[in-house]
Design a protein around this ligand. Structure first.
Ligand code: ARG
Length: 492
């Protein structure tokens, strides 16, 4: 029997199981079901307040909806004979309390504004959860940086030894990148948290609804003005997916380093066994599979963004069913990002760093040659480019000894630097790794004073971000608690 309340009037004929399944968004709608109940409850409260339904009808509808809220939505409402969860819940209500009452729920609205509201309610929760995870990841990086301020390591460009730095400096670079991901997602939050309700199909409705009232009941920050835009746009979802894809690209870079660092060539890090796998044939293997999957997930999340962007491309106003196809990609992207970043924080927190190996590598490849050139500038007043040429030529000859440096100076400038007072201890002093590091005192650099200052600033920023997050969580939680409390009061 066709008990889909939406289809039964206009359409006849049986659909094949395959057709029902194809048309239904029920799979992804599992993410929206809880939000849909909240939207239904707020809508009924508004209908009564505006005297569109009488108090008795509102009480019966609310009582049935609150039962679903308390006991859970029955599995039958999720059947894919329904086009979506909105039709599933409405059909269930009509079946359980009768059409005379249940049939009044959908007055003055459409599934178009309903689904957009559900998406925004669910997505704002996901954003807040993701922001918390980013904070935890930043916290882990800051804690590790704090305890590795003296851990000297090679800094690389082009994956070649470049200049010495510290593990603290390296980790702080990721923390700073992740703090921008926090900022981006936090900005998206305020655009996501706007109410499309009252737009109905797209043209609003002739019933005297209050869009502001449903928005405030549901903890939205405001109402989306144009009702056509309210149902037709998904840029709020694209924006979140783009932010998540950018976040995951940084995750992928960090994972690439963890994979590299745990290789037998490098041996800078040892990941806890729980985050590794072994081989089914080579019994000695310990592989960084979790980091590899996180690296790959960056591709999946970017794919979710790409799929969603291409789905909305060229859609005419206003609602088109294509938009339904965006929902699974949205939640896949959200889940992948959540799992990857949460597990990455755990993996980093439990890893051990081999600081002896790092120190060994820090001195390789003439990593302090720049400091030697800088010394020649300071000591002999040479232009930097000349000093750079001299040290480059000396490096070409082999080690940066006084013999090679002086021979290079004569070749390039025609003058001996030894004769002008250059000594072996000038050379060895400027090549000293520890000394070199402590000269890098510019803001944001790797010298201990700069790291100490950076740590203090970054911790303050994190505390500030966490405060903002707590305020938003509290705002949403108290709005929704108020909604349910007020709804209960309306049921005798
Ligand atoms: N399941 C649909 C979606 O996800 C809900 C809106 C259906 N509206 C319609 N006019 N067919 O977009």
């Amino acid at each position: 029997m066709n008990n889909d309340v939406v289809r039964r009037g206009r359409l006849t004929g049986e659909r094949s199981g395959e057709m029902m399944h194809f048309l239904s968004s029920m799979g992804a709608d599992r993410h929206l079901a809880d939000a849909d109940l909240l939207v239904d409850i707020a809508h009924v409260m508004m209908l009564q307040k505006q005297q569109i339904v009488d108090p008795g009808t509102a009480a019966s509808l609310l009582s049935a909806l609150l039962r679903l809220y308390d006991d859970g939505i029955p599995e039958s409402a999720f059947g894919d004979k329904f086009e979506d969860i909105h039709a599933g819940i409405e059909s269930f209500l009509i079946e359980s309390i009768g059409e005379e009452t249940g049939g009044r729920l959908h007055c003055g609205r459409s599934r178009n504004d309903e689904v957009a509201a559900c998406l925004r309610i669910r997505l704002r929760e996901d954003i807040l959860r993701q922001l918390s995870i980013i904070c935890r990841l930043r916290d882990v990086l800051l804690t590790l940086a704090e305890s590795h301020q003296d851990a000297i390591m090679p800094g690389l460009t082009h994956l070649q030894h470049a200049q010495p730095t510290t593990l603290a400096h390296h980790l702080l670079s990721y923390e700073q990148a992740f703090s921008r991901d926090f900022e981006r997602l936090a900005q998206a939050f305020s655009r996501v948290n706007q109410s499309p309700l009252g737009a109905a199909a797209f043209a609003s409705t002739g019933f005297p609804i209050s869009r502001e009232y449903t928005a405030s009941l549901l903890g939205f920050d405001g109402v989306i003005g144009n009702t056509m835009d309210a149902v037709a746009s998904r840029d709020f979802a694209l924006e979140v997916l783009a932010d998540m894809a950018i976040l995951m690209l940084t995750v992928s870079r960090l994972c690439e380093e963890l994979i590299l660092w745990s290789s037998a060539f490098v041996r800078f890090i040892s990941l806890e066994d729980a985050f590794c796998s072994t081989s089914s044939i080579m019994p000695q293997k310990k592989n960084p599979d979790s980091a590899e999957i996180m690296r790959a997930k960056a591709g999946s999340v970017l794919g979710s963004f790409m799929a969603s962007a291409v789905i909305v491309k060229a859609l005419p106003m206003s609602y088109n069913r294509d938009l339904q196809e965006l929902t699974p990609s949205l939640f896949r992207g959200v889940q992948d990002t959540k799992h990857s970043t949460g597990l990455l924080a755990d993996m980093l927190a439990s890893a051990t760093f081999d600081t002896t190996r790092m120190r060994e590598e820090a001195g390789r490849g003439n990593a302090t040659a720049t400091d030697l050139a800088d010394m020649l500038v300071r000591r002999f007043g040479l232009p930097f480019r000349t000093a750079h040429n001299i040290v480059g030529r000396a490096a070409q000859k082999g080690e940066l000894s006084i013999l090679n440096v002086d021979a290079a100076a004569i070749e390039i400038t025609g003058t001996s630097l030894s004769s002008r007072g250059l000594t072996t201890s000038d050379i060895s002093g400027s090549l000293d790794i520890e000394k070199s590091l402590q000269t890098k005192r510019a803001a944001g650099g790797p010298a201990q004073v700069s790291i100490v200052a950076a740590l203090e600033g970054r911790k303050k920023q994190l505390a500030c971000d966490r405060e903002l997050l707590d305020r938003w969580k509290e705002q949403i939680a108290s709005a929704l608690a108020g909604l349910i409390r007020d709804a209960r009061r309306m049921v005798p």
